[in-house]
Design a protein around this ligand. Structure first.
Ligand SMILES: [Zn+2]
Length: 275
């Protein structure tokens, strides 16, 4: 069985600096990921879509509702102040409705999960529950303090760790299991200036990976355990950095250089010919 743990925003440099051996495993490296042309850095929905399908899949953003566009126009041309009173409330209400939606959206392409005997645990485009995006937007709209946001992210993280553990008990004859975590990305965005908070999260992740691998080995014997990240993090600027990360507890036959290489690697490992 191949168990893939996708950790959004796991940063190669910080894993290296903290020397986190459970995250580094037997082999590890930076990997090339697609860079979104508009933003100039990797965009998670594009990178995870590319990982799942083996091809670069640009993200199509949903159109903003007419009324929001109208509001923005009024805001810039007539200089109407939406920062106070009823207008502020109205703006927040509309933005919330627009922003709090499924960030990953749907993916109308076949992924390696579709063509293998697989299980997904909170994976983008499948059953991702969007909780981290929701809490991040509330922080962005200044509806949650930094303290409450960080605590909320930590609660989601603890919940996710338990969820992955309990789902392992449901594995029967799956060849590929893909579990995903988005809490590190959101914590990095909201609390990137709190270095010690971030480092503690990395240490906890390292410890969790060790427990997870032990549980998998106890239940299934030899398991190929692969960790993948869609981008790193620039903690000075508070933005995504350009390279992804992977590690594996087994030497992979062909060394992945790009995140799209995993599609073929995974199919080869489960014995499916790739065309
Ligand atoms: Zn991010």
């Amino acid at each position: 069985m191949i168990f893939i743990l996708g950790i959004d925003a796991l940063d190669y440099e910080l894993v290296e600096k903290l020397n986190l051996n459970n995250l580094k495993q037997l082999e590890y490296s930076k990997i090339v990921v697609p860079i979104n042309k508009k933003l100039g850095h990797p965009l998670s929905p594009e990178v995870w879509a590319s990982f799942l399908t083996g091809k670069y899949i640009p993200k199509k953003f949903p159109e903003q509702p007419h009324f929001t566009r109208f509001l923005f126009k009024l805001n810039s041309s007539l200089k109407i102040d939406f920062s106070k009173g009823v207008l502020k409330k109205l703006r927040l209400l509309i933005l919330k409705r627009f922003l709090i939606s499924n960030k990953f959206g749907n993916l109308n392409k076949k992924t390696f999960l579709d063509i293998t005997q697989s299980m997904e645990i909170n994976v983008p485009f499948y059953s991702f529950d969007n909780k981290t995006f929701d809490i991040g937007h509330l922080f962005g709209l200044e509806e949650l303090s930094l303290k409450k946001t960080v605590n909320g992210i930590k609660l989601i993280y603890e919940d996710r760790k338990k969820q992955i553990f309990s789902k392992i008990d449901n594995i029967r004859n799956e060849d590929v299991v893909f579990a995903f975590m988005h809490t590190l990305d959101m914590l990095s965005h909201c609390a990137f200036l709190r270095g010690s908070e971030i480092e503690l999260h990395y240490l906890d992740l390292d410890n969790y990976v060790s427990l997870l691998k032990r549980k998998l080995e106890d239940s299934f014997g030899d398991v190929i355990f692969i960790i993948v990240s869609d981008h790193g993090f620039d903690f000075d600027k508070g933005t995504h950095s350009m390279m992804g990360f992977y590690s594996s507890n087994t030497h992979l036959i062909s060394n992945p250089e790009k995140i799209t290489d995993f599609y073929k690697i995974i199919l080869d490992l489960v014995g499916l010919n790739h065309c």
